[in-house]
Design a protein around this ligand. Structure first.
Ligand code: GDP
Length: 297
């Protein structure tokens, strides 16, 4: 029974007009959930009930009046079935727009969408807006934020990251899902796009190098495992530090070269951080051999 199997995990739905960019977004990582509202088999009751978030994609390079009508229809229908859904609007394909045009488009779409909701006495419904493109990291950044809202442990993760960086002299830290390159949490200092892109690029480099050189001759082995660790020194005295946290998650940090001189401290703090993360997700609970025991003498 599919509905009971998916009942406990938050589901993200991806909707929007044809050619708005849904398939392209979906290709970037592996997630099910594209639904066609106008498919006759569409059962709004069933689909919206289990959803945690509904992403509605609007093509910013095209006339978006029809998309706004569809957005309103979709949101009002979904809200009736499930008022707890997070409504996330991706103003997409903004790579073709100038910065001024981007801001103006977002303002206009925001205004019109909220006016439509107010006209329908649905001003309680909250829409979040993101400017996205598949040609840069904005789509990952937006998706990260959508996912983060669905993670109940988020405040705990942020807190652990804050403690870790402040005790280790680290400037910025992200907890990344290695496969999708979505960060599920970061410390509370502001995220700038450049740092985020650096960290994404580092994951790519580490996985690529591991795939080429890390596998055994017989093809066994894994591109990402418990031993995964990488340090990249950039020529501007910045250091990037990546380390495995769980099977799916990696910590990626940005720090200054002088802070990295206290590598032992960072390693010790990382060890504590990793242990805490495992407790949050209760991973390793069934595999006690994974837990490193402190010396008992
Ligand atoms: P779907 O019908 O909603 O699944 O839309 P597609 O993913 O098939 O995309 C429709 C067209 O938009 C394709 O030609 C894509 O290459 C293009 N497209 C998708 N995302 C972007 C983007 O971020 N920027 C630009 N410029 N084009 C995009």
């Amino acid at each position: 029974d599919e509905s009971s199997a998916s009942a406990d995990k938050p589901r993200i739905l991806l909707m929007g007009l044809r050619r708005s960019g849904k398939s392209s977004i979906q290709k970037i990582w592996d997630f099910p959930g594209q639904v066609d509202f106008f498919d006759p088999a569409f059962d709004s009751e069933m689909i919206f009930k289990g959803a945690g978030a509904l992403i509605f994609v609007i093509d910013a390079q095209d006339d978006y009046m029809e998309a706004l009508v569809r957005l309103h229809l979709t949101v009002s229908r979904a809200y009736k079935v499930n008022p707890d859904i997070n409504f996330e609007v991706f103003i997409h394909k903004v790579d073709g727009l100038s910065d001024d045009h981007k801001i103006e488009t977002q303002r206009d779409i925001h205004q019109r969408a909220n006016d439509d909701l107010a006209d329908a006495s649905l001003e309680k419904v909250h829409l979040s807006f993101y400017l996205t493109s598949i040609y840069d990291h904005s789509i990952f950044e937006a998706f990260s934020k959508v996912v983060q809202k669905l993670i109940p442990q988020l405040p705990t993760l942020e807190n652990l990251l804050n403690i870790f960086i402040s005790h280790s002299g680290i400037e910025k830290a992200f907890l990344f899902d290695v496969v999708s390159k979505i960060y599920i949490a970061t410390d509370s200092s502001p995220v700038d796009m450049q740092s985020y892109e650096l960290c994404c690029d580092m994951i790519d480099v580490v996985i690529d190098v591991s795939c080429i050189y890390g596998l055994m001759e017989d093809g066994s082995g894994c591109a990402y495992d418990k031993e995964s660790l990488a340090i990249i020194k950039l020529n501007n005295t910045t250091v990037l530090y990546l380390k495995e946290v769980t099977k799916f998650l990696a910590l990626v940090c940005i720090l200054r070269e002088e802070s990295f001189e206290r590598k032992g401290l960072i390693e010790y703090n990382f060890h504590c951080f990793r242990k805490a993360i495992h407790e949050v997700f209760e991973v390793g609970a069934s595999t006690p051999s994974d837990v490193q025991n402190p010396a008992s003498s």
